[in-house]
Design a protein around this ligand. Structure first.
Ligand SMILES: *Cc1c(COP(=O)(O)O)cnc(C)c1O
Length: 483
């Protein structure tokens, strides 16, 4: 399988796009085509999941995209019982007649980002060793990507990680989880700004091709295509557990920020998984819900981005949306370049309302969007806790709320799998507000909030960041394997 940029250019091998992140032309890599999976394949994979666990299924799905003789052992190492507590890795539970939860948060950092990151760390280490080189990862996170990346790269030979976080905008637990890491190969940088400013800094460094090459800068934020592929696997795993057959459509409800998770469910659908509605839930940062309602995409400024109680969705610009739009315009790279590389840059928005392909989107691709507020989150958490004894985190609650609202209005029907994207322990204050008691702390996280913290404060300035990186990064990156 070859990978192409949403803005054109030559098809690339997976091993090349893996370490790149953003394409040189500013576009995002996507699979050259979507491999097709039949009902018979799904039936066989049901057996694989039962006999070989999630790792076996991951191998079957990913080998359609990634041609590497070591893929099986990499999947086994990433999706181990040691990392995720059980062989099924992403179990599904039934909440009521129409609602299932796909538990994607059983990894080392208690959020679904681990599902992709645990594989990514191993793919990176493997590819770097093959090339005899090293890599410095620069990323931005509003909480969960960064900690998942750090825990995935911790102890992987030849890799350092510098992670930008919006100062003071993550939960105590999230900060503790990241800043308690004390390792010479991991740097936490707290930027005076919101997540989008962190992401802009990463982009600024990425656009400086010389700096990027000199310092071997790569990316693991949500634009890396390997993350997208790894996330496709659990759409299959969730469907196979929730459905008794291989043909009945099931909706997927996905709490959305950067559009990465819902994009992976969409890819699974394009591959032939019987995904019904793709339910996109936003919090008070409603840019994507507005886009899917009107066709106008108007990213907000950093200053107009609200800090909410589902902070991992506090995103105004959805960095993966370009992948979906590329498909929507029938993979027309010059049209995509015009929208994202020109119109968005020049005027801060674009409008697809007049494009018949946008108008037909719901029928063609099935995305339907809705929003959720702090009050909705609290009410949803409380209701599920009181009625079913099920405790969910605020992000998951956004997804459940939007699915319920769209069902009540008759916009969707039939069963829905809601992605559980984090464990309640990460957002204790909101859980307490909702149900009057703190969430249980899984034993593996006991004591983390009291641990000493290691973090570098930084102004939102690309030159300052580059100067700091040039100093912190090993002078000869190729020999840095000393951790
Ligand atoms: C990252 C994240 C999201 C949003 O996922 P995207 O892929 O950015 O759309 C939702 N919930 C939690 C807990 C997250 O960490």
């Amino acid at each position: 399988m070859r990978f192409i940029s949403t803005r054109g250019g030559q098809p690339q091998a997976f091993s090349d796009v893996l370490l790149e992140g953003l394409a040189a032309d500013g576009g995002l890599y996507v699979p050259g085509e979507y491999p097709q999976v039949s009902a018979a394949d799904l039936r066989a994979w049901r057996g694989v999941l039962a006999d070989e666990g999630y790792a076996g299924l991951a191998y079957r799905v990913l080998k359609l995209f990634i041609d590497d003789p070591d893929l099986r052992s990499l999947c086994d190492a990433a999706y181990s019982e040691a990392n995720f507590g059980e062989a099924v890795v992403a179990p599904v539970s039934q909440v009521d007649d129409d609602l299932y939860l796909a538990h994607l948060s059983n990894g080392p950092t208690a959020a679904f980002k681990d599902m992709a990151m645990q594989l990514l760390g191993r793919l990176f280490e493997h590819e770097l060793a093959r090339r005899g080189t090293t890599l410095n990862v620069l990323g931005a996170t509003s909480g969960d990507t960064g900690s998942a990346a750090e825990y995935a790269m911790l102890g992987r030979a030849g890799i350092t990680v510098a992670m930008l976080t919006p100062a003071g905008r993550m939960s105590d637990f999230q900060q503790a989880q990241m800043y308690s890491i004390d390792d010479p190969a991991i740097a936490n940088i707290a930027v005076d700004g919101v997540f989008d400013e962190c992401q802009d800094l990463v982009k600024a460094v990425n656009m400086d091709a010389e700096f990027k090459a000199t310092h071997r800068i790569g990316a693991v934020n949500s634009i890396n295509v390997a993350r997208l592929l790894a996330q496709v696997v659990y759409a299959f795993a969730a469907y196979l557990q929730a459905s008794a057959d291989e043909t009945t459509p099931i909706g997927f409800a996905v709490p959305t920020g950067n559009f990465g998770d819902i994009m992976s469910a969409y890819v699974a659908k394009r591959m032939g998984l019987p995904v019904g509605d793709l339910i996109l839930a936003t919090n008070e940062n409603t840019v994507l819900a507005e886009f899917f309602a009107t066709g106008a995409y108007r990213p907000r400024s950093a200053a107009a981005t609200y800090a909410t109680s589902s902070p991992s969705m506090d995103i105004s610009k959805a960095s993966n949306l370009e992948r979906f739009i590329f498909d929507l315009v029938e993979r027309d790279a010059s049209r995509t370049t015009d929208l994202f590389g020109r119109q968005l840059v020049a005027s801060g928005h674009f409008d697809l309302s007049g494009d018949p392909r946008f108008q037909a989107q719901r029928d063609t691709f099935g995305i339907v969007a809705g929003t959720s507020t702090h009050g909705d989150r609290l009410a949803t958490i409380k209701a599920l806790w009181q009625d079913r004894g099920v405790l969910i985190d605020p992000h998951t609650a956004d997804g459940v709320h939007v699915a319920k609202t769209l069902r009540a209005s008759g916009t969707i029907s039939g069963p829905v799998i809601a992605y559980e994207t984090a464990l309640p322990v990460k957002f204790a204050a909101t859980i307490k507000e909702a149900i009057g008691q703190a969430p249980p702390i899984p034993p593996r996280f006991a004591g983390i909030e009291g641990a000493p913290r290691h973090v570098v404060p930084m102004a939102g300035d690309a030159d300052a960041l580059k100067a700091w990186l040039a100093d912190w990064l090993p002078a000869d990156a190729a020999v840095r394997v000393d951790f």
